[in-house]
Design a protein around this ligand. Structure first.
Ligand code: CP
Length: 309
C-alpha cells in the first residue's frame, strides 16, 4: 500500500480485497472477551477532526485502542485553531511530536493532501470536504460482501445529494473498480458535472435507478453545504426521491438498504425503511471498526498472519 490513504484511487483492486479480508480477522477480535491485540503497541495515532463526526471518529478511536495504539484526539474547538492557526502550521506542530499516523477530517477538499505533503506520518482521510471518504466506501463494500456473494455485477443505486457527497465519490470509485453496475440518482440540481465519465449510469428517476437493484445506498441531504435552494422543499424532495417501502418493493426482494449516517429521517429515508428488514445501516457502523482496524494495521506495514496474535 502507499504511505497514505487519501482516496480510493490510491488502492488497487487487490489492495481493496486485502483490506476487506484483513477486516474479517479484525472483526473476530471484536468478538473476544478481551477485545485487544498488541499489534500497534508503541505507535501513536492522532485523530484530528475539524468537522463533527459520530461514527468515523468513534470507530477510529475504538479501532486504534483495539490494536493497542496510543490514541490522541485533538479537539479543534479547544486547540490553537481557535486563535487562527492554519492547518499547515497545526500539522507541522503535530508532526514535530512524531506521531506515526494522523487521521484527519476537514471541511476543505484536499486538506489531507496538504498534510500528506507536509508530514512523514501516515495520513488517513476521514472525509475531506466534498471530495472523498475512503474508509466509508471500504466499510460499505465490506457490508455488501456480507450479504451478497460478490460485488461484481450487482446493481447498486446511490440516491440523494450527489453534489455534496464525499461518500458518493469514494463509493463510485470503489464499486466500479470491483465491477458493480452503479446507478446514481438525484435532482438535476444535485448531480455533479461529469458523473457519466466515472462509469456510472445517471438518472433523475428514482424508480428507474432502484428498479431490480441489489443494493440501495441513500445519501444525506447536506443542508450545511448548501448555499442556495437546490429543490423547492424537503417535503417535495421526500415525495420525489425519499426511500419509502413502496419504492423498496421495486428493487430485488433481497435488496439491502444502506445509509452512511447521519440520517435525515423523513427527508431522504422513511423511518420504517431505515429500521426495516432490508436495512443494514447499523451493520455498516459496526463494520466501520473492523475495516478501520484493517486500514490502520496495513498502513502500519502489517502482515495478515500476525493479526491473530
Ligand atoms: N458516515 C460518517 O462519516 O458519519 P460521521 O459524520 O458521524 O462520522
Amino acid at each position: 500500500m502507499k504511505k497514505d490513504l487519501l482516496s480510493i484511487s490510491d488502492l488497487t483492486r487487490d489492495e481493496i480485497y486485502r483490506i476487506l479480508e484483513t477486516a474479517d480477522a479484525m472483526r473476530e477480535i471484536g468478538t473476544r472477551p478481551i477485545k485487544k491485540v498488541p499489534t500497534l503497541r508503541g505507535k501513536t495515532v492522532v485523530n484530528l477532526f475539524y468537522e463533527p463526526s459520530t461514527r468515523t471518529r468513534t470507530s477510529f478511536e475504538i479501532a486504534e485502542k483495539r490494536l493497542s495504539a496510543d490514541t490522541l484526539n485533538i479537539a479543534v474547538s479547544a486547540s490553537s485553531v481557535q486563535k487562527g492557526e492554519t492547518l499547515a502550521d497545526t500539522a507541522m506542530n503535530i508532526e514535530a511530536m512524531s506521531p506515526d499516523m494522523i487521521v484527519i477530517r476537514h471541511a476543505s477538499s484536499g486538506a489531507c493532501h496538504l498534510l500528506s505533503r507536509i508530514c512523514k506520518s501516515r495520513i488517513i482521510n476521514a472525509g475531506d470536504g466534498m471530495h472523498e471518504h475512503p474508509t466509508q466506501a471500504l466499510l460499505d463494500a465490506y457490508t455488501i460482501r456480507q450479504h451478497k456473494p460478490t460485488i461484481e455485477g450487482l446493481k447498486v443505486a446511490i440516491v440523494g445529494d450527489l453534489l455534496h457527497s464525499r461518500v458518493l465519490r469514494s463509493n463510485v470509485l470503489l464499486l466500479t473498480k470491483l465491477g458493480a453496475d452503479v446507478w446514481v440518482c438525484g435532482p438535476p440540481t444535485l448531480v455533479p458535472r461529469g458523473m457519466q465519465q466515472l462509469g456510472v449510469t445517471v438518472s433523475t428517476s428514482v424508480e428507474a435507478a432502484i428498479d431490480r437493484a441489489d443494493v440501495i445506498m441513500m445519501l444525506r441531504i447536506q443542508q450545511e453545504r448548501m448555499q442556495g435552494a437546490y429543490f423547492p422543499s424537503l417535503r417535495e424532495y421526500f415525495s420525489l426521491f425519499g426511500m419509502t417501502s413502496a419504492r423498496v418493493a421495486l428493487a430485488k426482494p433481497d435488496v439491502i438498504i444502506m445509509h452512511p449516517g447521519p440520517m435525515n429521517r423523513g427527508v431522504e429515508i422513511a423511518s420504517d425503511v431505515a429500521d426495516g428488514p432490508h436495512s443494514v445501516i447499523l451493520e455498516q457502523v459496526a463494520n466501520g471498526v473492523a475495516v478501520r482496524m484493517a486500514v490502520l494495521y496495513l498502513l502500519a506495514g502489517g502482515v495478515e498472519d500476525e493479526v491473530a496474535a
